[in-house]
Design a protein around this ligand. Structure first.
Ligand SMILES: C[S@@+](CC[C@H](N)C(=O)[O-])C[C@H]1O[C@@H](n2cnc3c(N)ncnc32)[C@H](O)[C@@H]1O
Length: 176
């Protein structure tokens, strides 16, 4: 399973971006988000609500102790990938990461404000989605898409209350 660790969430300022990181994680094949930084009940509830409504077994947790989380995942054999513009560029590393992760869990880390130096040292991979600044939402989406080679888009989210019947035009949903 893939877990997203969202570091350094700031109440108010990061609300939309953190929520969108959770939405992308769920929609692009991760199974869990762990929120770190300020506790934000609204985001936890909103992401849980999306899974209840639209399905998928997506877990939402809060834990301030980000270093313990990273160490625990490593101790349990997971591969830790930190997304940072300073890292090795994604196209040069994605095949290796896919091979390394075969049969293993992965912890993907994204920051908000300045990321503590320890994260760079604890991570197995520091990966840039292009060596230039942009956004944690786009970095995460592109990383997961390249990791799954687009196959995550074919997966149906199970056990939701509502699902979409794709239309050329207009909107059609069914209650499950
Ligand atoms: C707005 S940036 C702030 C980065 C911060 N200045 C730092 O020192 O890491 C927030 C997050 O977006 C992600 N990010 C931004 N650009 C990226 C890139 N080119 N490649 C990978 N991740 C990126 C990283 O996870 C980063 O921690």
């Amino acid at each position: 399973m893939i877990t997203l660790l969202r570091l350094g969430h700031r109440l108010g300022r990061d609300s939309r971006v953190t929520t969108h990181c959770g939405l992308v994680a769920r929609a692009f094949g991760a199974g869990r988000i762990i929120l770190s930084g300020d506790y934000d009940k609204k985001i936890v509830d909103s992401l849980k609500g999306v899974s209840e409504q639209w399905g998928g077994d997506f877990e939402v947790e809060y834990d301030k102790q980000w270093m313990k989380i990273i160490k625990r995942f490593k101790d349990e054999g997971a591969v830790v990938v930190h997304l940072t513009m300073y890292g090795m560029n994604l196209p040069d590393k994605i095949d290796e990461i896919r091979k390394t992760c075969k049969g293993k869990d992965m912890l993907v880390i994204v920051g908000s404000q300045k990321v503590p130096g320890e994260v760079y040292h604890l991570s197995n991979y520091n990966i840039a989605v292009g060596n230039t600044p942009h956004s944690e939402i786009s970095a995460l989406a592109i990383f997961l898409d390249r990791f799954f080679e687009g196959k995550q888009l074919d997966k149906k989210q199970e056990n939701g209350k509502i699902s979409i019947i794709p239309q050329e035009r207009g909107k059609k949903t069914v209650e499950e």
